[in-house]
Design a protein around this ligand. Structure first.
Ligand SMILES: *[C@@H]1O[C@H](CO)[C@@H](O)[C@H](O)[C@H]1NC(C)=O
Length: 326
């Protein structure tokens, strides 16, 4: 980072600088449920749940995302998957972009399944339907990468278990299928993840300080207790084995400063690769929300003294965050 930019960033960090180098939250309101921001080729891309289609926005700054024109990149007419399109996530493998998303029928939520779209070399290229990835109920799918074990598809499941839990299957070599059996690696069995109804959902990989985590959302979304918690991989064990994972001792990102139900996170690296940033949603409704009133927020992760991630605290709408470091 150049010295001049460092000064601007520090000013931004202390909320003293309101210019092009700073941004304020939320970055999308309403329509910010289940948000993912990713950075690629000079652009930040934002995608979130818009129910009857998938929309992408892009801009060269986080602040710019707020006024970016949405592009509808996908909609469907197939009755089994044209409604309740949730939690789209972009992932890049072998020169190509993929989107994993949840969709189902228009009558109820029993038909929610994971599906994949196939894109091009940049997220702004055209997208086409890939395939259905699960034959059982499953939502909020994502991929976690392990150097020695390969790629695992991680999602919120309800097969062979009473409450929405965290399941994994091996990701196929085509990146749009799953192979092998289902493994339940974690269940909402702690008192702090059973508000409303016990739930684990919204998983996303966090690679931080040389460790691999799954950051997920705990509790029911129509409660202010909806929050982020983590599972930490032990670094060697089979990712499909529950004993390879350790759950956090409670929420790591919770309601604060008028933001309720802080959850459904994703992560991206700053353009210069030095900072990890989190994107998540919240609502101003003190009872929590599961609907389109939720907005998307972006903030940096810091490292605790022992190297573990510090998710920070959601700040109010006048707080100036420095743009990610480039
Ligand atoms: C990680 O977990 C596996 C069980 O899945 C266990 O066999 C292994 O010893 C653990 N490794 C460490 C470093 O704790």
């Amino acid at each position: 980072m150049r010295p001049f930019k460092l000064v601007l960033s520090l000013l931004g960090a202390f909320g003293l600088f309101g210019g092009a180098e700073a941004f304020t939250n939320p970055v999308r309101n309403p329509g910010g449920s289940d948000p993912q921001v990713t950075y690629s080729g000079g652009y930040y891309y934002l995608i979130s749940t818009t129910w009857d289609n998938l929309q992408l926005r892009r801009a060269t700054t986080i602040q710019g995302l707020k006024s970016a024109t949405p592009r509808v990149i996908y909609s469907d007419t197939n009755p089994s998957r044209r409604c309740n399109m949730w939690a789209p996530e972009m992932h890049y493998f072998d020169g190509r972009w993929y989107i994993y998303y949840t969709a189902g029928n228009c009558n109820n939520l029993d038909g929610q399944r994971m599906h994949a779209l196939v894109g091009g070399a940049t997220p702004w290229d055209s997208w086409s339907y890939g395939r259905q990835m699960l034959n059982e109920w499953g939502i909020d799918g994502t991929v976690v990468r392990f150097a020695d074990w390969g790629n695992y598809f991680v999602y919120s499941c309800q097969t062979g278990v009473q409450y929405q839990s965290t399941c994994v299957r091996k990701l196929g070599s085509d990146y749009i299928s799953t192979t092998g059996g289902l493994s339940i690696i974690s269940q909402p069995d702690q008192p702090w993840e059973r508000s409303g109804t016990p739930v684990q959902e919204g998983a996303n990989a966090l690679y931080f300080g040389g460790r691999t985590y799954i950051a997920y959302s705990a509790n029911y979304c129509w409660t202010p207790d909806y929050c982020v918690a983590t599972l930490e991989w032990n670094g060697t064990g089979n990712p499909a084995s529950p004993s390879s994972w350790t759950k956090s001792n409670g929420c790591v990102l919770s309601s604060a400063n008028g933001h309720y139900g802080t959850g459904h996170n994703s992560f991206f690296m700053s353009p210069d690769g030095t900072e990890t940033w989190i994107t998540f949603h919240a609502t101003s409704n003190p009872n929590g929300a599961c609907d389109d009133s939720r907005y998307a927020l972006v903030q940096p992760l810091r490292a605790n003294q022992n190297g573990t991630p510090n998710f920070g605290i959601a700040q109010g709408p006048s707080y100036n965050w420095p743009e990610p470091s480039d």
